[in-house]
Design a protein around this ligand. Structure first.
Ligand code: DQA
Length: 149
């Protein structure tokens, strides 16, 4: 595995000031920097992108095919509504790990459903910004186990 895309959806540009009691005090730039540092330690190229627009996120997922070996996706509220994002992940076949800062299963029932989770390798939630680093490690492990078998 050589490269990974860290893709963040709506309202995640507001990290740091947005409900810090739920999402923590780190800004998105800080989260992205720690992803870059973590990835670089493993020899990975890390690209980061955030959009508040579903279509932009779809375009990024489409463009990831053949360009990135994995996607770390926090689709924000689109997680719970977007069949289009789910279909995009199925379509491009780029291994994707779903991340949420908060534990969506301990929150309102409408957050318990994830369309992303159907298409993703797995889901990491509830560990704050550390979850993004866990997701990078999960992708590394996924690729390493495929190379061995
Ligand atoms: C979130 C959880 C979602 O339910 C919410 O809409 C977000 C952030 C998280 O990272 O915990 O925007 O994806």
């Amino acid at each position: 595995m050589k490269s990974v895309l860290i893709l963040n959806g709506p309202n995640l540009n507001l990290l740091g000031t947005r409900q810090p009691e739920v999402y923590g005090s780190q800004t998105l730039a800080m989260v992205e920097d720690s992803c870059r540092q973590h990835g670089e330690q493993a020899g990975l190229e890390v690209a980061c992108y955030q959009s508040n627009h579903e279509g932009d996120l779809l375009d990024q997922i489409h463009a990831a095919k053949g360009k990135y070996d994995g996607i770390v996706l926090n689709a924000g509220a689109y997680t719970h509504s977007s069949i289009a994002l789910m279909d995009a992940i199925y379509s491009v076949e780029v291994p994707t790990v779903e991340v949420h800062l908060s534990n969506i299963h301990a929150r309102e029932t409408f957050r318990h459903t994830s369309y992303i989770g159907r298409a993703a390798l797995g889901q990491i939630c509830g560990f704050g910004a550390f979850g993004y680093l866990m997701a990078i490690d999960a992708l590394l492990q996924h690729h390493a186990s495929r190379e061995v078998s």
